[in-house]
Write a protein that binds this ligand. Structure first.
Ligand SMILES: Cc1ncc(COP(=O)(O)O)c(C=O)c1O
Length: 351
């Protein structure tokens, strides 16, 4: 049982379900604060400097969510009527409430990737000719790691090629780096090395890193000035936000390197799942902390499996009729993974 009397579940639905640790809460309680709308919150300013530095950009701005970070970037890069190229299962296209159309008046051009990864040639082919019949292709959005791609890592060489192509064709590049930290820890490639191949980058503190809230947008000083104006317009200005920025600073200082454990746990899950009846999964596709698998070969629908697992004290997310997503994180231990595999085995049986 938890302090609030709720039954303690092993929660693998998302890496957003983490609770702040006692040390993180202490850092939050002790944070120096000011009014950030006046630019006077020292903790927010420290976080923004730190993230700009980590991403090798001139500036960054603290915002409440990854959705706001992406949508402010789209808004700041485009004009109504522009076309934005992205992958068809990407977050900004599917899971941000239609904000691209509603808030920026842009249209998305969706390209089918392989586990979320696009080829430079696909993008080249999708760029509109300059002719008044067509929308203006303005922006390319990439996602690294790719959520619905199963935490897949966008290879840096492909990012570089897409960026160079974009520059020769007058396009801008935005990177949805909600889980760029995972890509970086898994490959050893620094966040700023990835970020050099994008004009703007959004990163989240409330996913794998375990902070309760917060994302940042990074880019040139001029770009961030524009993002700042739109953040005000979208109602995203926050006052004594140092309270939450402190959690982000703590997370970056203490929870980055440990992402390796989440990746190991995810691989272990995938290896175990592979042995179960009716499950299709290729453990090679599990590159970071997300595991997506299919139970089409079993008698169960994804939602039924989720119900049965809940009875075993484990929460999982059915993302399609027969597709399940599991996400490892700070509040999931190696022992929890063993328990999870045992419960799956009890329900599905061994091959
Ligand atoms: C890749 C990606 N981008 C953006 C977001 C949006 O973040 P938020 O839920 O903070 O708006 C998410 C959320 O899961 C995500 O997975």
């Amino acid at each position: 049982m938890t302090g609030d009397g709720m039954k303690e579940f092993i929660d693998l639905r998302s890496d957003t379900v983490t609770k702040p640790t006692p040390a993180m809460r202490k850092a939050m309680a002790e944070a120096e604060v000011g009014d950030d709308v006046f630019g006077e919150d020292p903790t927010v300013n420290t976080l923004q400097g730190k993230v700009a530095n980590l991403l090798g950009k001139e500036a960054s701005l603290f915002v409440p969510s990854g959705t706001m970070a992406n949508q402010l970037s789209i808004k700041s890069h485009t004009q109504p009527g522009d076309e934005v190229i992205l992958e068809s299962s990407s977050h900004p296209y599917n899971f941000e409430g239609g904000a691209g159309a509603a808030l920026s008046g842009i249209q998305f051009r969706c390209l089918q990737g392989v586990r979320g990864i696009l080829e430079p040639a696909q993008i080249e082919e999708a760029i509109r000719p300059s002719d008044h019949h067509f929308p203006v292709t303005r922006l390319v959005c990439l996602e690294n790691t790719h959520n619905r791609g199963g935490g897949s890592i966008f290879p840096i060489e492909k990012m570089a090629e897409i960026y160079r192509l974009s520059k020769t064709r007058g396009l801008l590049v935005h990177l949805d780096g909600a889980r760029l930290w995972n890509a970086s820890v898994a490959t050893g490639i620094k966040p700023h090395e990835y970020a050099q191949w994008a004009d703007s980058v959004s990163v989240c503190l409330s996913k794998a890193l375990g902070a309760p809230i917060g994302s940042l947008v990074a880019g040139s000083k001029l770009f961030i000035d524009r993002v700042h104006r739109f953040r005000k317009m979208f109602g995203g200005g926050m006052r004594q936000a140092g309270i939450i920025a402190a959690a982000g600073i703590y997370a970056l200082d203490n929870h980055l390197e440990r992402l390796k454990e989440d990746h190991q746990n995810a691989t272990h899950l995938a290896m175990g799942l592979k042995e179960l009846k009716g499950v299709s999964i290729d453990p090679k596709h599990v590159e970071t902390n997300i595991v997506i698998f299919d139970v089409a070969g079993s008698a169960m629908k994804g939602s039924q499996l989720a119900e049965s697992m809940k009875k075993e004290g484990i929460l999982i997310h059915a993302i399609g009729k027969t597709q399940i997503r599991l996400v490892t994180h700070l509040d999931v231990t190696a022992d929890d993974i063993e328990k999870t595999l045992k419960a799956f085995q009890k329900i599905l049986g061994k091959k």
